[in-house]
Write a protein that binds this ligand. Structure first.
Ligand SMILES: [Zn+2]
Length: 284
């Protein structure tokens, strides 16, 4: 999965760090990221390179490090494309190698969206300030505090003996088979979300809901929480056509290959596929 970057280490303790010439710069505009092509590989520009292009140190903000590589957001506007730097759609991080750079790039985009969306206080409209103590935005007028936006969502692998339920989204760019998924609502436990989403999207009841793993998924500012659940009763699918184009029970041996190894969905499908046919429950 995209966050599985070992032996590299993601270090996200909040701290104030002075920027140095070899630190990486994350610069985003309109769902695009500025990257440099070096020796045939895409990578992030360094502060030395961006400084030479005219950026000011006051416009940078330390966000995290991976191993000894510190990453800074650049808040200033107007870095131009050049022979060295070009903008790429954020979907580039679905396939960028090495994966620790893909993880850094997409994670940085979540911070960037949050900082940009919290420039003004939602309560009183005054300009927000960055806290000196923690990763929050604070209103100097009404003291409103805003924390980074992370939306919890469930991924559910619904099983029925040797069969797994796969679905295809009706909208958006992703056209491959996926698992049932949806955001948690206010007042719900994650188990409630699992039951509600499965009922809403395919009209099925589930039982024996078991946590599998979680995944930070910055493509949608979410924290995905994976569950396996067994069908409870009738297996007749009633499709929610607003959300899904298709939902199908697949025998384990007939599950199609997924293209994308970075996602929790992919790992859960493979986990089910690799199980022995005679096993009735998932071993975690
Ligand atoms: Zn305020």
């Amino acid at each position: 999965m995209i966050q599985d970057i070992a032996p590299h280490r993601y270090e996200n303790t909040y701290q104030k760090k002075k920027i140095e010439e070899e630190d990486f710069i994350l610069y985003y505009e309109k769902n695009q990221v500025l990257l440099a092509k070096k020796e045939g590989m895409l990578t992030f520009p360094t502060w030395k390179e961006i400084k030479e292009a005219g950026a000011e140190e006051e416009e940078t903000q330390y966000i995290f490090a991976i191993d000894e590589h510190a990453f800074f957001l650049l808040n200033g506007m107007g870095v131009k494309e050049s022979e060295t730097f070009q903008f790429y759609d954020l979907t580039v991080f679905r396939t960028l190698e090495p994966m620790w750079k893909a993880f850094a790039g997409i994670t940085g985009s979540q911070f960037d969206r949050w900082y940009k969306a919290r420039r003004y206080c939602g309560c009183c409209g005054k300009k927000m300030h960055k806290s000196e103590k923690e990763r929050t935005m604070v209103c100097p007028e009404c003291k409103n505090i805003e924390y980074p936006k992370i939306s919890p969502a469930v991924i559910v692998a619904v099983t029925n003996g040797n069969r797994l339920l796969l679905s295809r989204y009706a909208r958006g760019g992703y056209r491959n088979y996926a698992l049932i998924a949806g955001f948690a609502e206010v007042g719900e436990t994650l188990e409630d979300t699992v039951r509600r989403e499965v009922m809403e999207e395919v009209g099925l009841k589930v039982k024996n809901i078991r946590y599998y793993k979680s995944q930070p998924w910055s493509f949608s500012d979410s924290l995905l929480v994976g569950f396996f659940a067994e069908l409870d009763g009738d297996d007749t699918i009633t499709l929610e056509e607003e959300e899904l184009a298709e939902a199908v029970w697949f025998e384990r041996e007939e599950i199609p290959e997924g293209p994308n190894k970075i996602s929790l969905t992919h790992e859960m499908i493979e986990q089910f596929r690799s199980q022995n046919k005679s096993e009735t429950s998932i071993t975690i």
